[in-house]
Design a protein around this ligand. Structure first.
Ligand code: NAD
Ligand code: G3P
Length: 382
């Protein structure tokens, strides 16, 4: 991919105060590598932690990460290490960019080395499958109390390859403390990458996690050849389900209309570079999950596990999320895609405008109007 990064002097005036003293990127998957390239290019002294010595050596000597980010080169000043503790101790801004399944164990390894004034920014998009926790809920258990206000979350529409290529990108940073979000926003923003900020951590996290689920459904519909109308319906009604779940957990519904919600949903549902969309597409074409995962060589499609977590969470909250529940039956109960779609299309007819997008209300009444087999498959009609 060609490099498109804009000159710093074009539109963003770089001052010493916007430079972070030391950035540590935890994880050398495609996203961690792309963020490290971005930070190094922005002028921050940047180190990336790799689990494998081989990957660290390649970044330090060849200035590439050919396995996770083929076709891109890293700035020569980007340094890679396998010494996690040493890197964490020396960092002011830490970007935690491992898949959500490894966030808790990786954060645990960092905790005793975290400088008191460091900000730890979680960049993963997922919900845990066992405890149904967001990354914030996980990290609040792992990171000791005095450091709580130093946690932040990064999300938004951003394919790693485009970030690495310096293409124009918009992201959102969330932190409970606005001052923390503001500091991270200033550090990460650049001529080609514009960060917004919010204190709605829950909304940002649910947007990032749930868009992967809807992207699998969208890809599947495209693989099946259901057409552009069907894709638009899945994106729009998928956003409705995402919003209801997020609101039930305390989010501001407007956040789901932002970069971390609708923005990332559009990107992931329509961009062919999406691993979640591609996985769904290939399932829709009839390929088996095992064969698709094997071909991904360890790259993560978070939406598979998140589909299960979101379905269980919706059940526990008494919420009907028909698209998510329908996808769950396909991925986990071997349901037939056409049967699920037929079931979705004949759910009870409802009004499109739904006050339940703005305040949490379980769907008990609606479920009593439904056919038993529909209730079993999808919950109630929405
Ligand atoms: N790739 C993107 O375009 C992109 C964009 C935005 C957000 N994200 C999010 O970033 C997170 C990381 O995804 P990615 O795309 O960088 O990963 P990836 O698919 O490129 O690679 C997975 C990585 O997980 C690492 N890993 C495996 N087991 C591990 C363990 N036990 N501990 C720590 N790391 C382990 C592997 O070394 C590998 O580098 C995900 O939550 C993803 O949704 C990715
Ligand atoms: O490739 P995906 O589907 O994991 O999506 C990557 C990012 O989350 C897009 O913002």
């Amino acid at each position: 991919m060609a490099e498109h990064h804009l000159d710093w002097h074009d539109s963003v005036e770089r001052t010493a105060s916007k430079l972070c003293p030391a950035v540590g990127v935890i994880g050398a998957g495609s996203y961690g590598t792309a963020l490290a390239i971005h930070c190094a290019r922005a002028g921050h002294p940047t180190v990336i932690w790799c689990r494998s010595q081989e990957v660290a050596d390649e970044i330090n000597t060849q200035h590439t990460n050919s396995r996770r980010l083929p076709g891109h080169s890293c700035p020569k000043k980007l340094r890679a290490t396998t010494d996690l503790a040493g890197m964490v101790r020396a960092s002011t801004l830490l970007l935690l960019a491992v898949p959500s399944a490894h966030i808790a164990s990786t954060a645990q390894r960092c905790v005793e080395h975290l400088p008191p004034d460091a900000v730890l920014v979680c960049c993963a998009k997922g919900i845990t499958t066992d405890t149904l926790q967001t990354m914030e809920e996980l990290l609040l258990e792992v990171v000791p109390r005095p450091q709580h206000c130093q946690l932040a979350y990064l999300s938004g529409p951003s394919f790693a390859a485009e970030v690495a290529a310096g293409m124009p990108t918009g992201l959102t940073i969330a932190a409970r403390e606005e001052s923390v979000a503001k500091q991270v926003q200033r550090w990460l923003s650049a001529a080609n990458l514009r960060c917004y900020r919010t204190t709605d951590v829950v909304g940002l996290e649910f947007g990032g996690a749930l868009k992967n689920v809807i992207a699998i459904a969208c890809g599947m519909a495209d693989g099946k050849g259901y057409g552009a109308n069907g894709r638009a319906m899945i994106i729009t009604r998928g956003l409705h389900e995402m919003t209801r779940l997020a609101v039930a957990k305390g989010a501001n519904p407007m956040t789901l209309g932002g970069l971390g919600g609708m923005g990332d949903l559009i990107l992931t549902c329509t961009g062919d570079a999406s691993r979640n969309r591609t996985l769904g597409y290939r399932l829709g074409c009839g390929e088996s999950m095992a064969s698709i995962l094997e071909g991904m060589h360890g790259a993560v499609a978070e939406g598979v596990a998140t589909t299960r977590a979101a379905k269980l969470l919706a059940d526990s909250l008494g919420l009907a999320v028909p698209i998510i529940s329908g996808l769950y039956t396909i991925l986990y109960e071997d349901a037939d895609i056409d049967d699920v779609v037929r079931g979705l299309l004949c759910l009870p007819l409802t009004s499109e405008l739904d006050a339940r997008m703005f305040s949490y209300e379980p769907d008990k009444e609606a479920s009593s109007q439904q056919q038993p087999q529909q209730q079993a498959a999808y919950g109630c009609g929405v």
